[in-house]
Design a binder for this molecule. Structure first.
Ligand code: OXD
Ligand code: MN
Length: 601
């Protein structure tokens, strides 16, 4: 592994809870709450929180006949997505954060954000939220404590993590062994975009977030801990914290292969994780099992394979576009006990969003009577928060302490042109290049312009807590004697024709691509070599029942050398930005592919 600065973590000699108590007291001294509540994670506590939020209008009950236990939260209209431009990685040395992160010196960052926290919880309750990322008994799981003044955040954390007394007990146990927990401090502040920061201090295993109540900015277990801080820890300790879904594909012989797939935010990870195979596959006995839809923590097992857990306990999924066609399992999951954020409602108070069905909503996400002149009824980044256990295809192995073995890693993005439906990397090093070179059109999951192609290595651009050059070296370091590494693939469901229509049907039909991927790792499926990797022959994809003509399928699998020469120039320029920290091996892989493309000119 690469040499990295040692962590300055919470001192937990003696009782970890003493360290926790001291920190809570210190935060209370700074933020001046009216009350302090230590969350135990019980049902009774959750019910009391819901009632209090209903009483003050933070949550509105939805139609309880059709959607029992479902609630609507309307966020501040200026607080609807992650804010990458206000997200900082604060390492002692600027270089360690890399050109891929906004950086601030730790002292300056603490001073700036502590100034905002000063007195901010007056009149509010400070909640102490102990949580565990990953199955509570898993050696791969990690704990944290979030201090927040938002009951909405507490309720979401209860769904998204293992929160409460069990996590606190684990924190105490691990403290006695000298293992630190991640400290996250959050306040919604005034929800003023000009007084908003999401700061990470990986060397201290600490997070401070001020001024937003929204998703990845505020539920600190998710992006802040399980990706930005965990990616830093993973590098130190020799594992991987990735922006990946985990899905199990069971064949008619009853063997299950697990696939981890990295797509940028709002590019269909939840849909792929919950895929329902086409009728012909179901009839033969193929099944799909959902382990996770957003984050994977992967460790090398004693058998040399990569084993993965989903550190989350719930789904914080994008609602718009979720329908009986795109994701029936998600729809079934969110019929009860779900918190909806920024969706519209129908006249009979059911949650509604664009793409759900052809009903006309009555009230938009801001609580106004629906008027198409005001834009979409649901915010394009409207979300549902739901326990993973409510998903009909939740894997019986999702809670396994050792995780599940990964057979294939898939990278992908939204690319309207050029990038084929699927190709396979030649080997691990080439696969790391394929991941590093990923690009995708931006979506509404983060504030900023939508639909612009940007490089998003391994879908981690907004989430890697350190220098991308070091991150690529870390990935390469897994290729060691004795490793039985997964095959690496790239997919693109989003190619468009000249009229701007999607060429590939997607959703359930993506199963055909997954079958080819599994066939490649088991040695059963054929492929042809191309300059960018191995592609299927059109005949090696199962077309039974597929509503797609042969010509379109062939063009989806074609590699256009001229277009790719251009792409590889852009890739060389992009990876060049990582300067001296770019591993030579990655540059050599890129040069090799560029030369192969030149030879075709
Ligand atoms: C998410 C995101 O919420 O990636 O998962 O933005
Ligand atoms: Mn995500």
């Amino acid at each position: 592994m690469n040499a990295v600065p040692a962590a300055r973590a919470t001192p937990v000699n003696g009782s970890a809870l003493a360290a926790l108590n001291d920190w809570v007291a210190e935060v209370a001294e700074l933020t001046r709450p009216d009350a302090i509540h230590w969350c135990d994670g019980s049902d009774a506590e959750y019910q009391r929180l819901l009632e209090a939020m209903q009483a003050d209008g933070t949550l509105l009950p939805l139609n309880q006949d059709t959607h029992p236990g479902c609630w609507l939260h309307r966020s501040d209209p200026q607080d609807v997505a992650r804010v990458e431009h206000l997200t900082f990685v604060c390492t002692s040395a600027r270089e360690d954060a890399g050109p891929n992160n906004h950086w601030m010196a730790p002292d300056e960052a603490h001073a700036k954000i502590d100034g905002l926290f000063d007195g901010c919880m007056r009149g509010r309750t400070l909640y102490v939220v102990p949580y565990c990322m990953g199955p509570i008994d898993s050696p791969l799981a990690r704990c944290g404590v979030e201090i927040t003044d938002s009951p909405y955040v507490v309720a979401n954390m209860r769904i998204m993590t293992r929160m409460g007394a069990d996590a606190l007990a684990r924190i105490e146990r691990e403290g006695a062994q000298g293992k630190p927990f991640v400290k996250g401090l959050h306040s919604t502040g005034e929800l003023d975009p000009d007084r908003r920061f999401i700061m990470h201090f990986p060397e201290e295993l600490a997070i401070k977030s001020y001024g937003s109540g929204y998703g990845g900015n505020a539920l600190l277990g998710k992006k802040c801990h399980a990706l930005r801080i965990a990616s830093w820890q993973a590098r130190q300790e020799g594992w991987l914290a990735e922006h990946m879904l985990i899905v199990g594909v069971e064949n008619p012989q009853g063997e299950t292969h697990y696939i981890a797939a990295a797509f940028p935010s709002a590019c269909g990870k939840t849909n792929l994780a919950m895929l329902i195979p086409p009728e012909g596959y179901r009839a033969k006995g193929w099944k799909v099992w959902t382990v996770g839809d957003d984050i994977a923590w992967m460790h090398r097992g004693e058998d040399g394979r990569l084993w993965a857990i989903n550190p989350e306990a719930g789904f914080f999924g994008v609602a718009p576009g979720t329908s009986a066609k795109s994701n029936p399992n998600a729809l079934a999951s969110i019929q009860r006990d779900t918190i909806f954020t920024n969706v519209a409602v129908t006249a009979d108070n059911q949650p509604w969003w664009e793409g759900l069905d052809d009903r006309v909503p009555a009230i938009d996400w801001q609580g106004r009577p629906y008027d198409p002149a005001n834009g979409p009824a649901a915010h394009p980044n409207a979300r549902f928060t739901v326990s993973a256990s409510q998903c009909p295809t939740y894997s019986p192995h999702a809670e396994d302490a050792q995780g599940v073995p990964i057979s294939a890693i898939v990278f992908g993005g939204r690319r309207a042109s050029l990038v084929p439906l699927v190709f396979q990397a030649r080997d691990w090093a080439h696969g790391v290049l394929v991941g590093a070179a990923m690009a995708s059109e931006t979506t509404a999951a983060a504030t900023g312009k939508v639909g612009v192609v940007r490089r998003d290595p391994m879908a981690m651009k907004p989430f890697c807590g350190y220098h991308f050059g070091d991150y690529f070296s870390h990935w390469l370091s897994f290729d060691q004697p004795g490793s039985k590494l997964p095959g690496i693939f790239h997919v693109n469901w989003f190619r468009k024709d000249e009229e701007g229509r999607f060429m590939w049907p997607g959703f359930g039909d993506n199963m055909r691509v997954l079958e080819w991927i599994i066939g490649r790792v088991t040695g059963e499926a054929g492929a042809v070599e191309s300059a960018i990797g191995l592609v299927p022959e059109a005949s090696s994809l199962n077309r039974d029942g597929l509503d797609l003509d042969g010509q379109t399928l062939r063009s989806l699998l074609q590699v256009d050398p001229a277009g790719w020469r251009h792409e590889y120039k852009a890739i060389a320029e992009f990876i060049g930005e990582f300067g001296e920290r770019l591993p030579g091996k990655l540059k050599a892989e890129a040069d090799r592919t560029a030369r192969a493309l030149d030879a075709l000119a």
